[in-house]
Design a protein around this ligand. Structure first.
Ligand code: GAL
Length: 343
């Protein structure tokens, strides 16, 4: 009697174990994702650099689909410069069951609402281009950032001018007074890139032995039209004085070039940062002396690959090594005109 009960009990246990095993496998099969939905919110859809990057995000998502056989749907929204709008977009992404969010913050100091929401819903976030403050980034291990190092952009911009000056001082110090007189076009005040780029481009010029003198500078919020308006004003205020325009980005540099063209002023050297499509055109036609270009293929590739890996619960992609398990820094290079050809 006891032996029979023992046998029954053993058979029951085996049956339960088999059942548990098959149901585990079923769960595994259900969870194996064949599609991903990525919610992307841009701080402003009319920003040239962001538009360039966004086009590449779409390309990289398609490449990912082809390579891994996982369908990737990008839901791209423009926050039009409003943090409240962006917060509502995040709310909507979560209600639509997005697997991961890629956020180009409107206000980099104000990420808390988005982080709270993402943490409650368990949806990882890859921030890009506008870096949240460290305190926010440290709130959860599912928060990442992809960008370029602001100091590196500035140092490369400065080195480019140092190099030109060493080879052809007369092409930079055009009036030959032993001083390079420059104006500075700055991006948004609250942006991590503006302050650092402004400081380090000039510091690099000084460290490289270029005698510099600042005529004036102003904030043009990354925008071509604002850069153009400031430059127009400076050309009137300081006629025949400006030798170099240092711009925190290509769009404002292009604005300065627009103003120079309108005023029929030639010979002023203009340098930018970004390597946007429009910036590269100006480089090709010689109106822009040089730019510092982020490797945007890698930049966008890192955002998509990182987003996909955290959505799938995988380890971060080995191709894009993270610093402090959170930050990926895209590489940058100098793209410059040959100064001899412009003379
Ligand atoms: C900078 C870029 C600017 C602008 C800005 C927006 O890194 O150089 O052109 O796009 O980001 O956050």
């Amino acid at each position: 009697m006891r032996a029979r009960m023992k046998l029954r009990l053993t058979m029951l246990l085996i049956a339960c174990a088999c059942l548990a095993l098959t149901s585990c496998q079923n769960v595994g099969k259900e969870e194996e994702k064949t599609s991903l939905r990525i919610g992307i919110s841009l701080y402003r859809g009319d920003d040239t650099f962001i538009t360039n990057l966004c086009n590449l995000l779409e390309e990289k998502a398609k490449e990912y689909e082809r390579e891994y056989g996982i369908k990737v749907t990008l839901d791209i929204q423009d926050a039009k410069g409003s943090q409240n709008t962006q917060n509502s977009q995040v709310e909507r992404f979560i209600s639509l069951n997005c697997d991961v969010l890629c956020i180009n913050l409107v206000d980099r100091m104000d990420a808390s609402v988005i982080i709270d929401r993402a943490m409650t819903a368990g949806v990882p976030v890859v921030f890009f281009n506008r870096q949240p403050v460290e305190e926010d980034m440290n709130r959860w291990d599912q928060l990442y950032y992809v960008g370029v190092d602001a100091k590196e952009s500035a140092v490369l911009q400065g080195e480019m001018v140092v190099d030109f000056y060493k080879k052809h001082p007369e092409a930079i110090d055009r009036n030959g007074d032993g001083m390079v007189s420059y104006v500075m076009l700055e991006g948004e005040t609250s942006h991590q890139d503006s302050l650092i780029r402004t400081e380090w481009s000039v510091q690099t010029l000084k460290d490289g032995g270029v005698p510099v003198e600042k005529i004036t500078g102003g904030i043009a919020n990354w925008e071509r039209s604002q850069g153009s308006a400031l430059m127009e004003q400076w050309l009137l205020e300081y006629p025949d004085t400006i030798e170099l325009v240092i711009s925190n980005n290509d769009d404002m540099a292009l604005g300065a070039i627009d103003a120079l063209e309108r005023a029929h002023v030639t010979g002023v050297n203009v340098v930018g940062i970004d390597g946007t499509t429009q910036g590269l055109e100006a480089l090709a036609n010689g109106s822009l002396l040089g730019t510092v270009s982020a490797n945007k293929e890698v930049y966008a590739g890192a955002i998509v690959a990182l987003a996909a890996s955290c959505a799938l619960g995988e380890a971060p992609p080995a191709k894009y090594p993270l610093m402090d398990a959170k930050y990926y820094w895209a590489s940058q290079e100098i793209l410059a005109n040959n100064i001899e050809e412009n003379q």
